[in-house]
Design a protein around this ligand. Sequence first.
Ligand code: GTP
Length: 135
Amino acid sequence: MSVLFVDIDHFKQYNDTYGHQAGDKVLISVAGAIARSIKRPQDIAARFGGEEFVIILPDTALHGAQEVAGRIQSAVAGLQIEHLHSAFTRLTVSIGCACSQELQETEQPDLMQAADRALYQAKTAGRNQVMAYQM
Ligand SMILES: Nc1nc2c(ncn2[C@@H]2O[C@H](COP(=O)(O)OP(=O)(O)OP(=O)(O)O)[C@@H](O)[C@H]2O)c(=O)[nH]1
């Protein structure tokens, strides 16, 4: 199983620059980009707090999860949403990814934590990137 955390970069700045309503539209657009990027019926994507989404990919190894993460990044880039306060001048996302091959039920929180840590690393490494962790 793999877990992805997807977090919009500099979203506070986006709201501050373009307004909260524009921010709400961005959340809907990013949700659509994520939905288009997951292909299997058993995959689950959900909003996880403010500007963060979680994606659960059952029976998916790390390279498969990284492929999904890459598709999400491309789909968000394809939205071409202006964000002049970002170093990339476009809206981007950071993604943390964690995979466990033989997951016991009690280890699920550890997998979430690992994905969250990977997301933090993607943020501190400059954003607009994927960090992946094999447990
Ligand atoms: N428009 C809108 N904004 C929201 C919503 N939920 C949360 N937010 C905003 O999302 C922003 C998240 O800001 P931070 O957690 O500081 O993160 P960030 O600015 O994206 O910075 P990094 O994640 O470090 O790149 C806050 O300003 C929240 O007010 C929502 O439903 N609509």
